[in-house]
Design a protein around this ligand. Structure first.
Ligand code: M6R
Length: 593
């Protein structure tokens, strides 16, 4: 995820910017840059890759004495991770950095290009600085030009802009992306999260959406809600959560909005990245672990919504099974990291046999992205917890949108149906917000689920892959034995394990085969298994009940259930005293087979 820093003051700025950006490294990035304005000179430095590359471009540069500095780490969303696409973006006398996505940048870009403005990058961000200088031609009031610029932008942003026209201040705007302004002994500081500010600023203001203006050395006190800054860096990186996994569960509603941003326009799904896309006759979805579970969910959605026949394969199996490949079939590789050896190799095999491919991936420029014909980035931001949470959520969202995209292009759905699904998507995002009461209930309940000989997670339809995912989450971080099953499959074998030492987590949405699942649960309860029902409807035989919200569709129920399962795994694991973020025997990126 992108990171922002800034400074107004007399300290050496290049070194300071690098140090502040370093505190944001944990969020992941693929390029970085800084702009320094001092004595009417605007100096720009940018580099791809790690901050050491940026440091190399700065090694002979010093900038003490009063001035301004802005710095950025970029996680590519629009345009490849190249130096030209790295921030800051500069027009004639101004420079800008930005986190978020400007949804209407194409319209603004077109309008500015018609006026003869040449763009250098493929980013959405560059429009901001050109638009600002264009508006400035019509007014002497720089703040007004900045505010008129901001008023034109749709989407999410945290923006810092500096201009030679007013070299003592930094212009800022916030909408949907975090931005903090701090004051310290040596000046004014800006950052997109606490970590870079610790040790520099003693007081901060966490900006609210809709705030914009400028800050110089004298007007910090005019900001609202100024408070002292705490001093623990690791705590700051985790935004105050106990574990990165917990933080990542809590931020799902934010990243899901990023996943959707710019891809829905009323009743139309847009994937600019699918240039010359050919609708396939059938699809093979291939992945490992959690990504495989997202593939299974997608296969239900693609068949139901887009009426495209799907097969799903675990990459480590598919690559050695001498599969029959069909060049009319689309190969979809799903991977958070983009580096999973088995998925990458499977993709290479499909490519060698002439199959077209789509990568659904969280990391631009990763090996899987480079190999695939098309890519849709999931935009989850860096995921630090080894147990995948937000990456799974964004994979499912992208694949749901992709199913709608295919249905729309085949005219399998009416515009009003697509609009209805888009509404369900927004509601599903809402459903991933963690309610403190719910978390507390799961925390209390978790103490009853620490012993026993194992767990069954059961569900039907897309709640079956979600049951698999719930079981995987639990076993990864708690080291307890857990399996996911289709609830209708109990009597074909698994029910033999049912006794008073078996815990069953029953996924029982009201909008997906509730009565069928209920009968299966009753059979387990009759054999004394402990039942924890996740449902909006109270189930008589259940020992515990985690109450789902009263949603309008099974997709909303799916996303809320997903969060509940993640929290349950987290709380059980914490009670068992395990390291949630770094479970034993596991690695975040599995680059060997
Ligand atoms: O990076 P990928 O999505 O390709 O990784 C696949 C699996 O290794 C991964 O999902 C793994 O199962 C996670 N630890 C699950 O939490």
């Amino acid at each position: 995820m992108c990171g922002i820093v800034g400074y107004i003051g007399a300290n050496e700025k290049a070194k300071l910017m690098l140090e502040m950006l370093k505190e944001l490294e944990y969020r992941g990035y693929d390029s970085a840059g800084i702009a320094i304005l001092k004595n009417d000179t605007l100096s720009i430095f940018r580099a791809t890759g790690k901050l050491t590359n940026l440091a190399n471009t700065l090694k002979d540069f010093r900038s003490s004495g009063f001035g301004l500095a802005i710095g950025h780490t970029r996680w590519a969303t629009h345009g490849k991770p190249t130096e030209t696409n790295a921030h800051p973006h500069t027009a004639t006398f101004s420079s800008v950095i930005h986190n978020g996505i400007i949804e209407n940048y194409q319209d603004i870009k077109q309008e500015l290009e018609q006026k003869g403005i040449a763009f250098r990058s493929q980013t959405d961000t560059e429009v901001i600085v050109h638009l600002f200088e264009e508006i400035l031609k019509t007014t002497n009031d720089i703040l007004s030009a900045f505010e008129q610029t901001i008023a034109r932008l749709k989407g999410a942003y945290a923006i810092l802009l500096i201009t030679k026209q007013s070299p003592d201040r930094i212009y800022y705007a916030k909408q949907g992306s975090p931005l903090i302004i701090g004051k310290g002994k040596a000046g004014i500081y800006f950052a997109s999260s606490d970590a870079p500010l610790i040790g520099l600023a003693h007081h901060v203001s966490y900006l609210e959406d809709g705030q914009s203006g400028y800050i110089n050395c004298h007007n910090f006190e005019t900001l609202p809600n100024i408070c002292p800054l705490h001093t623990n860096k690791l705590y700051a990186q985790k935004d105050g959560f106990r574990y990165f996994m917990e933080k990542e569960i809590y931020e799902q509603h934010k990243v899901l909005l990023e996943t959707m941003m710019g891809r829905i326009d009323g009743d139309t799904i847009l994937f600019d990245e699918l240039k010359d896309f050919v609708l396939p006759q059938s699809i093979l979805l291939c992945a490992c672990g959690t990504s495989y579970h997202a593939a299974l969910v997608a296969s239900y959605l693609l068949e139901r919504i887009a009426k495209i026949k799907c097969n799903v394969a675990i990459a480590s199996e598919w690559r050695y099974r001498e599969p029959i490949m069909d060049t009319n079939e689309l190969f979809i590789a799903i991977s958070q990291s983009g580096e999973t050896a088995d998925t990458l190799e499977a993709l290479k095999i499909a490519k060698r046999h002439g199959m077209r491919s789509l990568a659904v991936c969280n990391v631009d420029n990763s090996s899987i992205v480079r190999e695939a014909t098309w890519t849709i980035l999931t935009r989850a931001g860096i995921e630090k917890g080894v147990a995948s949470t937000k990456a799974f959520a964004t994979q499912v969202m992208v694949l749901w949108m992709f199913a709608l995209y295919c249905a729309q292009h085949q005219r399998k759905l009416l515009p009003q149906d697509i609009r209805q699904q888009c509404t369900a998507m927004l509601r599903s995002v809402e459903a991933t917000k963690v309610a403190p009461k719910m978390h507390d209930k799961i925390r209390r309940l978790s103490k009853h689920y620490l012993h026993g000989h194992g767990f069954f997670f059961v569900g039907r339809d897309i709640f079956y892959p979600l049951a698999l995912e719930g079981a995987l989450k639990l076993k990864e971080i708690s080291y307890l034995h857990a399996e996911g099953y289709p609830s209708g499959d109990m009597k074909h074998g698994p029910i033999a394990l049912a006794d008073d030492g078996l815990f069953t987590i029953a996924l029982m949405p009201q909008h997906m085969l509730f009565d069928k699942t209920k009968s299966n649960i009753e059979e387990l309860a009759a054999r004394d298994a402990t039942i924890c029902a996740i449902s909006p409807i109270e189930v008589e035989v259940a020992d515990d009940w985690i109450m789902l919200g009263n949603h309008a569709s099974y997709m909303e129920e799916f996303f809320e259930t997903m969060v509940i399962l993640q929290l349950l795994a987290l709380e059980i694991s914490i009670r068992l005293g395990n390291d949630v973020d770094m479970p034993r025997n596991l690695a975040k990126s599995v680059t060997v087979e």
